[in-house]
Ligand binder design. Structure first.
Ligand SMILES: [Zn+2]
Length: 306
């Protein structure tokens, strides 16, 4: 079986799964006010398993374990201590691996562990200190590696201060690390940061997060229309493998709003534009479900054309 690096080097096009948290919401699982989907493995591992299964059946080559909002410094705000937090990460990885074994015995499906800049309750005052971030991300990264993840995706990297701590912790495991960045485009066309960094140039985040040793970089959890300009900004500073998995719809506390989600066929058309830009791994983030991933699988070639 070729390694992930070999597959990237040979020009394989890889399908990433769709949004886990929003799919849990869509299926009626209640989100935690502090930790969003971070603690779902405690009560509803079967819901996570069913979603992984649907994404694998839709054609995903990479599924992402439900550890996005499960760093110990996030779960602490949901009343979950570090030991249990690590255990929830372990359970989420095990569910992902078990689903791969059950649903993809005849093909290669990789399990990515997720680490993110998610802050509890989306409140700025729940951001960890530098010291807390190092300890928390370090613990989470070691659990993801020990649980057998094939790679770690650092998701929603959007700030130049805390996000690099997650990437550094992921790199220390020795696993392949993909850096997923969020951006938005201002009315004047400038590519800017996201959330609390919306007034800062995206380049500031890129300079802080494109650390030596990462395997791939991409744009994720960003508007579909904003993704091509953000990819162009990324390509100006990164010449390695690219990935993309934007979102569709919008967040309105406490849940994702699905009323304006793009159709699967229209999303596949957008994805072909990413491919033309050299993006090699494509999936979906919030709002995009198994039907969107199935449309990608149908529409995208198995290899980049030279
Ligand atoms: Zn998202």
């Amino acid at each position: 079986m070729p390694s992930l690096q070999e597959r990237l080097d040979s020009g394989d096009v890889l399908i990433i799964d769709g949004g886990m948290g929003t799919e849990l919401e869509r299926r009626g699982i209640e989100m935690d006010g502090a930790a969003w989907a971070g603690a779902v493995a405690r009560e509803h591992p079967e819901a996570i398993r069913a979603i992984h299964r649907d994404f694998i059946d839709a054609g995903a080559d990479i599924i992402i374990a439900n550890t996005y909002a499960a760093a110990p410094h996030v779960l602490r705000h949901a009343g979950i201590g570090k030991t249990e937090a690590c255990n929830l990460n372990r359970i989420s990885c095990a569910v992902a691996h078990e689903t791969v074994r059950d649903a993809a015995a005849d093909r290669s499906v990789l399990v990515a562990g997720s680490m993110s800049s998610f802050r509890a309750g989306l409140h700025l005052d729940t951001l960890p200190t530098d010291e807390e971030a190092r300890a928390s991300y370090g613990a989470q990264a070691r659990v993801l590696a020990d649980a057998g993840c094939d790679l770690i995706i650092a998701e929603m990297m959007l700030d130049p201060v805390i996000s690099p701590r997650a990437i550094e912790a992921a790199l220390e495991t020795g696993l392949p690390v993909w850096v997923g960045l969020s951006a938005r485009v201002a009315e004047d066309g400038a590519v800017m940061g996201f959330h609390q960094y919306a007034q800062d140039p995206f380049d500031t985040v890129l300079d802080a997060c494109l650390l030596p040793g990462i395997q791939a970089a991409g744009i994720m959890h960003s508007d579909i229309d904003h993704t091509p300009p953000a990819l162009a900004a990324l390509k100006a500073k990164w010449s390695g493998p690219l990935f993309a998995y934007p979102h569709s719809g919008h967040f309105k506390m406490p849940s994702w709003q699905f009323d304006s989600v793009i159709s699967p066929d229209d999303y596949a058309t957008e994805a072909r534009r990413y491919l033309a830009e050299g993006v090699q791994a494509i999936g979906g983030c919030c709002g995009l479900g198994p039907d969107h991933i199935a449309a990608l699988k149908t529409a995208l070639p198995a290899h980049l054309s030279n």
